[in-house]
Design a protein around this ligand. Structure first.
Ligand code: PEP
Ligand code: MG
Length: 817
């Protein structure tokens, strides 16, 4: 593959020098680079015919990437395209990259044999390294890091990394805009990772479209008397994950079923009842009312003020009844009403003789379209919120009632606004069925928070049938919606609902009792924690079966020292009040990079230097961590657990490091210090007999074990349907682990700490496979204990044997039902 490059510049000297510079980077000369620069008489300028000729010379059949300098160079290049033959033109990419940096990157990339699209994409990213260097990635959060004076007054700068699972979506974006309000500073933000455009920090509609997803770096620049304060506020918010700590590692929203077009379970629970139809009242733009621009503005301002009061009331009620975090959803809507960019756009339309309602509708539609085009599903789900604000103002301007989703029965609607979801009375709404929406839409978040069972994306056909029905039966856990159920179905759903309520109540009442199967086998039910808060929330947990210590490392710009680590682990141990704490050594790499531990780029990070591999490559980090573990282990019952173990040699090296830490601490081996490994790599499961003599326990990380067994990257939605921990291949690996444990000459406990452990339906199966400890999310402890109590070991073993014979996860799930 030989992609040609054409350099278009106003200056021949500039183009030649840039080409020479790029040539310096290439040992073997690289592919063809042609120049179309300056005019024939030696003056500055660009010429479409010369560009067309250069493209033809550069084209060797694999395409041409054209790099341009400023202004009319782009127009000339576009014109040149029109002059070319179709077959040549089809292979030409006009690349928006900066000329010098872009050319160097493009030349190197083309010399490496990359296709033209990749050459152009690499070139377009060429400024990133410079931007990251000049806007350093490690701002000191206490004092704005950089002050640059380029003649326009001093500029303060900072960078933060978005850590929230849903990225810088509407709620955190609203917080950011609010935090900057009233400051005498002009703040601009830019998504460095996407090399996106600068946007104003005063505009929610712009900040929300930065497209800043989890892991993206965002640069902040501020000018003005309070620039320093502005940077500090933004970085403080980022440090605090914009108040969304829980969302940093969230429970995933209910999974989208593999078959598209099927209803999606969005809020668990069962509801049976009469149908309450909520028809979406399409808000037409009210007819234009005459008036001067000043009168139009005044009318709009009054409407916005009334809508603001309404929304504020809904917000306050949501805060009281549901919680502050959920109520913050409405902050984004309130901010949109005041968004300076949106108001400037509306103002400009009004000045161009458009009436207030039309100007408002068009401006908000534009915000909605920008969000609808976002790559991220979560951002796209925000379109509904924008639409709601648009419609509320239009209803007010048109003198229409604001409609409310109050009433009795199962609510069937096309979609639901956040305000409507917050206003629903759970006691009067057994369930909600929506034709559209998604599990991550704010309405769905609110329904989950309010405990209203819900099924979304049910599609127009099902919703039309539901609207005609008298009674509906809805299961928000499975996504089932049955119209006019016959008596047996009805009693089946009623029984499910009653069983669910009873199960929840019983579970909580008995959470502190041990989980013992019907035949007397005790199964420990522990909790997975990232910090002391989780430990406190885990009512009834027998132990902390997994402490993800990397949470003490991820949000830092330098490694915590031994004392800091000791304090963090000690706090967790104290919160567990004498119950055993399983401290896992640093599990970073893969999808969890460390700011202060730059790693070479890996094509497949999940198959690269992660978990114990990374710890062994950085013995200093591992030594500090084990040192802190040992200190805590002298005062609390501690298990040390190594993640991502693949070979026995790795375990030998890790154990040696632990022995060294015991010597360093100098108080002898702590009594009760136990050692185990996570079984996450299929190789470790299959070699369990080799590991067993060296460990006290195996803890199976089904999240990773599943991704490796099925070659389906966790977090990649496109392969999510494949990635099912109930696949018989994963079950075989669990069985192999338990088999290996059984062959040791001492007790080796087999635990599961991946998400599968929290699946109540899977409890019998796991126990049947030989698992004797389940470590689950704090809120799942009580119900999983209850599921264990229902198990009979003999039956569980038979179930496990049958499941292993199944062809796929679907069949296993059917078996469990
Ligand atoms: C697992 O892989 O199942 C596990 C518990 O570890 P983590 O999710 O932290 O990778
Ligand atoms: Mg893992």
């Amino acid at each position: 593959m030989t992609v040609g490059i054409v350099v278009v510049s106003h200056s021949r000297a500039l183009a030649d020098a840039a080409v020479a510079l790029a040539g310096e980077m290439l040992r073997d000369g690289g592919g063809p680079v042609e120049v179309a620069a300056g005019l024939d008489d030696g003056s500055f300028g660009t010429d479409a015919v010369a560009i067309g000729d250069a493209v033809t010379r550069a084209d060797q059949g694999d395409g041409v990437v054209v790099l341009m300098d400023l202004g009319s160079a782009v127009l000339s290049a576009e014109l040149a395209l029109e002059l070319l033959d179709d077959d040549v033109r089809d292979g030409v990419v006009l690349c928006p990259a900066p000329l010098v940096e872009g050319l160097i990157v493009a030349a190197v990339s083309a010399a490496g044999g990359a296709p033209s699209a990749e050459v152009a994409a690499e070139a377009a990213d060429a400024l990133q390294a410079k931007a990251i260097h000049l806007v350093p990635g490690e701002p000191d959060r206490d004092q704005p890091d950089q002050t640059v004076d380029d003649g326009d007054g001093p500029e303060q700068r900072g960078v933060f990394t978005v850590r929230m699972a849903h990225g810088l979506h509407a709620r955190p974006a609203a917080q950011l805009v609010q935090a900057l309000r009233g400051l005498d500073a002009e703040v601009r933000l830019r998504n460095l990772t996407l090399d996106g455009p600068d946007v104003s920090g005063a505009s929610l509609s712009k900040v929300a479209t930065l497209g800043a997803l989890q892991g993206h770096d965002v640069a902040v620049r501020a000018r003005g008397p309070e620039a320093g304060e502005a940077i500090r506020r933004v970085l403080d918010l980022a440090d605090d994950d914009f108040g969304e700590a829980a969302a940093v590692s969230p429970p995933r929203p209910p999974a989208t079923p593999a078959t598209t077009g099927e209803p999606i379970p969005a809020s668990p629970g069962v509801g049976v009842g009469p149908v309450r139809v909520e028809r979406a009242v399409a808000v037409d733009v009210p007819p234009a009312r005459p008036g001067t621009p000043a009168e139009q503005r005044a009318r709009l301002d009054e409407a916005r003020a009334r809508v603001r009061d309404d929304l504020q009331t809904v917000r306050d009620r949501a805060a009281r009844e549901i919680g502050e975090a959920e109520a913050a959803i409405f902050d984004a809507q309130l901010l949109l009403l005041e968004d300076p960019d949106v108001l400037a756009d509306v103002g400009a339309r009004i000045d161009a003789a458009v009436d207030a309602a039309r100007a408002w509708a068009d401006a908000l539609d534009e915000v909605g379209s920008r969000l609808a085009a976002a790559a991220d599903e979560y951002m796209r789900a925000r379109v509904r919120d924008v639409r709601d604000v648009r419609d509320r103002v239009l209803r007010d301007l048109g003198g229409l009632e604001q409609h409310d989703a109050a009433g009795d029965g199962i609510l069937v609607a096309d979609d639901l606004t956040p305000a409507d979801a917050a206003a629903l009375d759970p006691a009067r709404t057994p369930a909600v069925v929506l034709a559209g929406s998604s599990p991550t839409a704010h309405a769905a978040i609110l329904l989950r928070a309010r405990g209203v069972p819900a099924v979304v994306a049910a599609g127009p056909a099902l919703v039309a049938r539901a609207r005609e029905a008298a009674v509906l039966a809805v299961d928000g856990t499975t996504g089932e919606v049955v119209t006019d159920p016959d008596p047996p179905t009805l009693s089946d759903f009623r029984a499910r609902a009653e069983a669910l309520t009873r199960r929840r109540e019983n579970a909580l009442r008995r959470a502190h009792e041990p989980a013992v199967t019907r035949d007397g086998t005790t199964v420990l039910v522990g909790t997975n924690v990232g910090g002391a808060g989780d430990a406190e929330a885990a009512v009834g947990a027998d132990l902390a079966g997994l402490v993800r210590t990397e949470f003490c490392f991820l949000d830092r710009h330098r490694a915590p020292d031994v004392d800091e680590q000791e304090a963090a682990y000690r706090a967790i141990a104290e919160a567990m009040g004498g119950r055993r704490v399983t401290l896992r050594t640093l599990d970073v790499g893969g999808d969890k990079p460390l700011d202060y531990l730059p790693m070479p780029r890996e094509a497949n990070p999940f198959l690269g230097v992660r978990g114990l591999r990374l710890a062994l490559a950085r013995p200093d980090l591992l030594a500090d961590q084990l040192h802190a573990f040992v200190r805590v282990a002298h005062d609390h019952p501690v298990d040390v657990m190594f993640p991502m173990v693949t070979t026995v040699d790795e375990l030998v090296a890790a154990r040696r490091a632990l022995d060294d830490a015991v010597v360093t601490v100098g108080r002898g081996r702590p009594a009760g210090l136990r050692v185990g490994i996570m079984v996450e790599v299929p190789a470790a499961a299959l070699k369990a007999p080799a590991f067993a003599p060296m460990v006290d326990f195996f803890s199976i990380g089904t999240n990773d074990l599943t991704q490796y067994a099925l070659a389906a990257e966790r977090g990649n939605d496109a392969v999510a349907p494949l990635s099912d921990g109930l696949d018989p291949a994963v079950l075989a690996l669990i069985a192999a682990t338990a088999g290996g444990a059984g062959r040791a000459d001492h007790d080796v406990l087999v635990a599961v700490c991946g998400e599968l452990a929290g699946d109540e339906d899977a409890a019998a199966l796991l126990i049947g496979l030989g698992v004797r400890e389940l470590s689950v999310a704090p809120t799942a402890v009580a119900t999983v204990k209850e599921a264990v109590r229902a198990v009979d070991l003999t039956q569980a073993r038979a179930l496990a044997a049958a499941a292993r014979e199944c062809p796929d996860a679907h069949a296993v799930r059917e078996l469990l039902r």
